[in-house]
Design a protein around this ligand. Sequence first.
Ligand SMILES: [Ca+2]
Length: 337
Amino acid sequence: MIVIAVVIGAILVASNIVTFNFDKNIPDGTDLIAYAGRTTLNLLNTERYDGSVFSFASASIFRVIHGASKDYGNILGTVSGLETVSCTGVMTAADGGILYVVVDYGTNTTSSATAGQGCPLIDYSASIKGYVQSITGWDGDDDGFDEELITLNLNSVDKPTGYETRNIDVPLVWNTYDSTLALTALTQATGLSNSAFSYGTSTGYASSFEEGDMAKIAKIQVTLNSTSYLYADNSTLFLTHVKIGQYTFTGAQFGTFDTSTYRWEITFGDQSNLQGGKEIFYAKNAGTLWCPWELKTYSNVGHASYTIIVTLSVYYYTPASGISSAVTSACTINTSA
Ligand SMILES: [Ca+2]
């Protein structure tokens, strides 16, 4: 019976006796709930480390843009304030209940009197909640380095009526950015065999950093001295891994040894976007050994006495302008040990 009904239905449709009219203009609810009206947006800024109020040196780091057009110049209103950063403007239905907050680190280089500390970095995981829908990179001012783009969805807020102004509070969490990352001298890799493949491990620690601060690693290089690179090239010396804090990056992740620069290299992000960086954070009471480093190799260079110098270089993102110069520390693989 069902089969017969389906067959008859197909015949009716095919012969245009019965037609289906799918109205693409049926409201899907979006138009009905879109938030609009006169709005004061308050960004409540706190510090990740201790939950204290974060005060910016200048509100110019922030730019609030209408959802109707993600254009750097399409601002909601003048941004002011240092601890609670605010602006007021009128959102229209065209905004669809969306505001973009652009964080342009390049407009503000410091928020603290402490040497080495620069503009704070937003904490993605702690800040994406409530009205914050997402935080992504966006080069709003076309200078080749991404700003942070915070997308706010305000459609759960009651629309203001008449001359009413709706106050909307958005908590954001920040990390204190530290530009003083350094490495202690790596230990020499000793105890290696000079006639068989064996592992060599060198260790060190991140130093100079202040408790509660963070940085984002952009790339790591492991470079051999020029008289030793052939051992990597002829497969008698391999990079096993580099460890930094909670991360382990394997030799395979570093990829092929580059015989022109004598190095292995691993990059995080596209070198123009802070979000790709590997975060290291000096947590409260973590102690001075909070971030250990380890460089491990596997080698058999076939010499009774030979010293290979390995230099570990670390680059991190500087929020305002791109990539730092290298922080380096060298160690040796000594086959006579
Ligand atoms: Ca930019």
